[in-house]
Design a protein around this ligand. Structure first.
Ligand SMILES: Nc1ncnc2c1ncn2[C@@H]1O[C@H](COP(=O)(O)OP(=O)(O)OP(=O)(O)O)[C@@H](O)[C@H]1O
Ligand SMILES: [Mg+2]
Length: 250
């Protein structure tokens, strides 16, 4: 049997490689429906022809939880490559955005709608007052309806890029269909939280490539910040609350 190499270990799961497969094993008690949902989304996206790891199975894990198994994909993530060659940041960002636009060009209406996911997140967020929630919901209702595939967590660690230009997009747990402006706003937020020096560069480059007005993405920012606040990460709270407060006076 192949050796097991742990890639990521988090409170709710472990991701490991064993030979030519990757296993995402969730801890016992982690909702089984969430794992099946991730597998379902992954399978729907696989059908679009977008390069994603081949999904293999969902089955009971060795630890009593649920495990999702997929094919191991050769190559390195854009996060690793950006860290190792900071002088190539612009080149990598360009490719990263081209891939995001290719994702957004796909249509997958069999998965959840972005607006409903955002509405649920805002309605369940009791950490902000009712009037702010109302403003956020109005904002969501005013957004254009689309059916574009939105990854929902499009960050460099979820993209494998090879030297011949071929790529593979990982981690489909958060994907929805809807307005691509929301997908770009999420990526911008994730950069602002984890890699702030890249955030504005990303946003400018995205708007130029997608020929999208920056305001179109900015309108989503209080909304995506509210959805992220619902996840309860204490060290993100200050920035997210600042972003949300914009919704109160616009
Ligand atoms: N099929 C695959 N082939 C090669 N490497 C993979 C594959 N799936 C995952 N990885 C590696 O494992 C890492 C973590 O996987 P993944 O992104 O699915 O989990 P995660 O980021 O912890 O998930 P989440 O965002 O849902 O918490 C990736 O960044 C990548 O390095
Ligand atoms: Mg990931």
């Amino acid at each position: 049997m192949a050796d097991r190499v742990i890639i990521v270990q988090k409170a709710n799961k472990t991701v490991y490689r064993e030979g030519n497969v990757i296993v995402k094993e969730f801890v016992p008690g982690h909702p089984k429906a969430g794992v099946y949902n991730e597998a379902y989304i992954h399978a729907c996206v696989e059908q679009t022809g977008l390069p994603v790891p081949k999904l293999i199975s969902v089955q009971p894990g060795e630890n009593g939880g649920t495990a999702l198994t997929m094919a191991y994909v050769e190559g390195r993530t854009l996060e690793e490559q950006m860290r190792e060659a900071p002088e190539k940041t612009d080149e990598y960002l360009e490719k990263f955005i081209d891939i995001q636009m290719e994702v957004n060009s796909k249509r997958v209406i069999t998965i959840r709608n972005t607006r409903y996911k955002m509405i649920d997140a805002v309605e369940s967020l009791k950490e902000i007052d009712a009037s702010t929630r109302y403003e956020l919901l109005q904002r969501i209702h005013g957004m254009k309806r689309h059916t574009k595939l939105c990854h929902g967590d499009f960050v460099p660690s979820n993209v494998i890029l090879r030297s011949d230009g071929t790529f593979c997009v990982l981690d489909w747990a958060h994907a929805t269909h809807g307005n691509a402006g929301a997908d770009a706003a999420i990526t911008y937020m994730r950069f602002s939280l984890e890699n702030p020096e890249l955030a504005d560069k990303y946003l400018k480059m995205y708007c130029k490539k997608a020929d999208m007005a920056i305001q179109y993405i900015q309108r989503w920012m209080p909304v995506v910040a509210a959805a992220q606040l619902a996840k309860g990460n204490k060290d993100e709270e200050k920035l997210l609350r600042e972003w949300i407060s914009v919704a109160e006076y616009q």
